[in-house]
Design a protein around this ligand. Sequence first.
Ligand code: AMP
Length: 588
Amino acid sequence: MEYSILAESFKKMESTRKRLELTQFLVELFEKTPHEVISKITYLLQGKLRPDFEGIEIGIAEKLAIKAISKSSGIAIKKIEEEYVKGGDLGHAAAIILEQKTQTTFLMENITVERVYETLFKIAKLEGSGSQDMKIKYISSLLNDANPLEASFILKILLGTLRLGVAENTVMDALAIAYSGSKENRKILENAYNVSSDLGKVAETIATKGIEGIEKFQIKLFSPIRPMLADRVKSEKEVIEKMGKEFAIEYKLDGERVQIHIENEKIELFSRSLEKISNYYPDIIEKIPKIIQAENAILEAEIVAINENTGAFLPFQELMHRRRKYKIEKAVSEYPITVNFFDILYCNGKNCTELSYSERRSKLENIVKENEFAKYIPMIKAKNENEIAEFFENSINAGSEGLMLKMLDKPYQAGSRGSHWLKLKREYRNELGDSLDLVVIGGFFGKGRRTGSYGTLLLATYDENTDTFPSICKVGTGFTDESLDQLYQILNPKITIKKNPRINSEMEPEIWFEPELVIEIIASEITLSPIHRAARDEIRKDAGLALRFPKFTGKIRVEKIAEDASTNEEVISLYKGQNKSAHNKNLM
Ligand code: AMP
C-alpha cells in the first residue's frame, strides 16, 4: 500500500478533533487498506509499532532526527534547527526543508507502508555501538524517497509526536463500520480487545475473518487481558443496596496489581496498565512457578510490600523502590513482598473468565499452593451491614485500604468497570476526604522554588463520553522535595509544544504534558467553576466542576493509565453526595 495514502489520511485527522469526523476519516482509510497491512496501519495510527505490552519503543532523539534530515537534504544542521525553532515542530520543519530539496530531485521511488513500517521496526530494534549511525542511515534513506508531507509524518512517528487524538474506542467504531457495516458491532470488537489488548490483531481478525472470527477470538497466554475494575461505594448500606443478596468480601490491599502468565517454567508479569514488569520482581519469577499446580494459567494478584520482621503490610509507595534497572537484587532483599492471589482467568488451556466468581475462587484455591510468600487474599461471604463493618475493621487493622465486594455468581468482565465488583475505601467514608485519581495535563514553574521542579500542576478527569481530559483543578500543595524531583523526572519526557487535542482546558499552563501520568488527590470540597471543564454543563449551564483546596497525597499512580483516572460521572456523584450530606447536616 502506498504510504502517501496514509500520510494524506493523517493530515486530515490532524485537522479535526471531532470524534465523528475522525471516525469517518478512519473508515475511509480502512476501506483503502489491504488486509495484509491493516494491523500495521492500526499500530501506526497510534504512533506505535506493536501493542504496548511488547514494550517496543520507537522514540529517537531530536538531534538524531535533525542529522538525518541534513544528510538527506544536504542542508546544514543549523538551518534546520532555525526552521524547527520558528515553527516548534520538527516534522513540519522537515517538510519545509525537503520542499526546497525536492525541486532538485528527479528520481524518487514511491514508498510503501510496508517499507516505512519495516524500517521503523529496524530502527526501534537497533542498540549498542554504531546504532546511532545506522539509525541516521535508515531515516535518511526513507526521507530521500519521501515527499514533504510523507516525511513530516515519518518524523512525527519517530519522535513520538504524532497526535491524531484517536483513542482505541474511535478506532473500534471505525473498524466495526468499515468491516461489518454497523457501529453496533463495536461491542463484539471490544470483547476481543479486552482479552488480547492488541488492537492490531483485532483489526486483522475482523478484516480477514469478519465478525464471526471476532466472536471466536481466544485468550492467549502471554497476551495480557485488560483488567476488570470496580465501582466505588460510600457505605455498607450502599453495598447491600447494590448487591441484593449474599456476596464475597475481600481485603483491598494497597499494593500493585499483577497479572501472572505462566506455562511450565515460563512466566511473565504484567502491570495493571499491561506493561511487562517481570524485571522488577525476580523473586516472583523464581518462586511462583514452583507453587502453581497447572500446566498453564493466567492469575491475578496484588503484590504488597511487607515488614520483614512482623510480616505486616506496608503502603504502596514502598514498592517504588523496586522500580529500578540496576542492583535489583539489593532492592529484593531490602524491600520484601508477598503475592496475594485473588483471581484466575485461564487454566490448563481453558478460558475461566466466563466462570462465576465462586467457581473461579475455588479453582484458584486448588491451583495455588499457599506458603509464606504467596497467599490468597482474605475473603469471607457476607449478607449484612454488620458483617461488612466487622471485616472492614479487620482489613484496616491489617494495613489495607478497605474492602472489595464481589458478586458470587458473576463472570470476570475484562476491561470494564461495573457494579459486579465494588470498592469501599476508608477515605470514601468521610464526607469530603474522598481521593481522586487525576491526570496531569500541565505545569507551572512555582515562584521562588528550586529550579528543576514544577511548583503547580494542572489536572484533569477522564470524560468517557467524549474520550477527553477536561481540567478540574490546579494543585500546588502536598509535595515533598522528593516527590517534586520524582515528578519532574517522570513529567519531563511528556512535555509537548502543542496541547494534545484530547485535553479540554481553558486554563493555559506554562507547559503542556501528554495526558498520561495519574496522581492521587484529596480535596475539601467540589464546587461549580466557570473556568474548569470537568462535567461542564452537567450541573449548571456554562459551569464545570472544580476541586477546592486540592492536595497531592504523595501517591504517583504509575500502575494506572490516563483512561483509568476518575471520570466525570464519579466527580458528579461525589458532588451530589456532598450536597446531600451538607443538606442533612443543616436539617439536624
Ligand atoms: P482503585 O485503584 O482504587 O481503583 O482500586 C482497584 C485496585 O485495587 C486494583 O487495581 C488492585 O490493584 C487493587 N486491589 C487490592 N485488593 C484487591 C482485591 N481483593 N481484588 C481486586 N483488586 C484489588
